[in-house]
Design a protein around this ligand. Structure first.
Ligand SMILES: *Cc1c(COP(=O)(O)O)cnc(C)c1O
Length: 399
């Protein structure tokens, strides 16, 4: 078992059996609640994605927000080993952390850049997404001063209405970029507002707008290396929108963006959240559990305490959801506290202190899916994956 990557807590599971006779520098024991990142599944998921997509379509692996909580370096490395052409992040800090870890692959900065950030972008060979004339001119000045030719991707607003130049105004900005000798217009892209639901009508309208810009480029014999529009949902369901590259974050993690999008056989979730039973209480009828006395036992019950809570990112629910112990679901009873939650193990008599419980993922034939936890959180799978806090250690496993 190896630590996940340099940007995540470096912790290894304490193993008394392999403890050397000559004392090594003390290694911190792993906390009794943790996240496992299965790097073998991660690699296999990238292979499955590769086998599904057309050969000539490149992959931009989106590793923003620590690779959706899986470790940006872990996911980025797996992506590049699987042949990804590009990495994508949201912020300059995220990009610089990857560079500091020795990744020299192309990185697209998807988020906005202030002028003060541009010298760093140029110095560290980051590809900026540009969307207005002032930004293009500022970046061109910075790149010229550094005697560099900085690659840029033009961001089009085709209906998301957050970032990007409106598709109807794209051409003049494209011409402005082309006029800057210190900039290289390497790509043009846009982002779907809704690509993974059954109703594709808005996605198709965005595609049409995107294509209208591409047609203007073609008419002027402007050839760009990367035209990209698809996220995970688009990759799965909109083959006519694949163009030269797809930007995927969620899918390689083995999680689908929606219930209705296409399934890829063999794809499996990479993240598992685990804890060990840290206390067992036998309570009688009428006795309550935890803060606020939110659960009262109807009869004799056996209660297990799992040492993680909302301070670790677990949804602050009460009497909802549960944990897998010995391959069965122990229902959550009472409220979730900052550092602990309680489950009813009356029907799992073999459960013992320090037994392993699964809060997200598979145990035996039972599974708690990301969607299940998202429902508890009244949110989406993306939020569940990125929502685990840094104090929950990540360990990498290969099964
Ligand atoms: C986050 C992001 C993606 C990745 O979306 P997934 O649904 O996770 O594949 C793609 N493009 C942009 C611009 C993004 O911000």
């Amino acid at each position: 078992m190896k630590p996940t990557d340099a940007s995540m807590p470096v912790l290894e599971r304490y193993d008394a059996a392999t403890e050397p006779v000559q004392p090594a520098p003390p290694r911190l024991p792993l906390r009794s609640a943790w996240i496992e990142i299965n790097t073998r599944r991660l690699r296999r998921n990238f292979e499955i994605v590769n086998a599904f997509k057309p050969r000539q379509v490149q992959v931009l692996s989106v590793v923003k927000d620590e690779g959706y909580g899986h470790g940006a370096l872990t996911v980025g490395r797996a992506a590049l080993e699987a042949g990804a052409a590009y990495l994508g992040v949201a912020t300059l800090d995220e990009a610089l952390a990857l560079r500091a870890s020795g990744l020299d692959a192309p990185i697209l900065l998807l988020g906005p850049q202030q002028e003060t950030e541009m010298p760093w972008c140029v110095r560290h060979a980051l590809t900026c997404a540009v969307q207005d004339a002032a930004q293009v001119k500022a970046l061109a000045r910075v790149a010229a001063r550094a005697h560099q030719r900085a690659p840029v991707h033009l961001k089009l607003n085709t209906g998301m209405n957050r970032y990007g130049v409106r598709w109807t105004d794209a051409l003049s900005l494209i011409e402005l970029v082309l006029a800057q000798s210190s900039l290289e217009l390497e790509g043009v892209f846009s982002h779907f507002a809704m690509s993974d639901e059954a109703d594709k009508s808005f996605a198709l309208l965005q595609l049409e707008r995107f294509q209208s810009v591409l047609a203007q480029l073609a008419a002027r014999r402007i050839h760009l290396k990367y035209r990209h529009l698809c996220n995970s949902g688009g990759l799965l369901d909109l083959p006519q929108a694949h163009f030269d590259m797809v930007r995927i974050g969620l899918l390689p993690l083995g999680v689908y963006p929606s219930r209705v999008c296409r399934r890829l056989p063999g794809l499996a979730p990479v993240m598992t959240v685990k804890a060990r039973i840290a206390s067992i209480q036998a309570i009688g009828p009428g006795e309550s559990v935890g803060y606020g006395m939110r659960y009262t036992a109807p009869n004799h019950r056996r209660i297990a305490v799992l040492p993680l809570g909302y301070g670790d990112g677990f949804p602050r629910v009460r009497n909802q959801g549960g944990a897998l112990i010995h391959g069965r679901c122990a229902p959550l009873v009472g409220g979730v506290a900052m550092d602990a939650l309680t489950v009813d193990i009356t029907d799992i008599p073999e459960a013992r202190l320090w037994d392993e419980a699964v809060l997200l993922g598979r145990q035996g034939d039972a599974e708690i899916t990301v969607q299940d936890v998202a429902q508890l959180k009244n949110s989406v799978s993306y939020d569940v994956l990125t929502g685990w806090r840094a104090r929950l250690p990540r360990v990498s496993v290969t099964e």
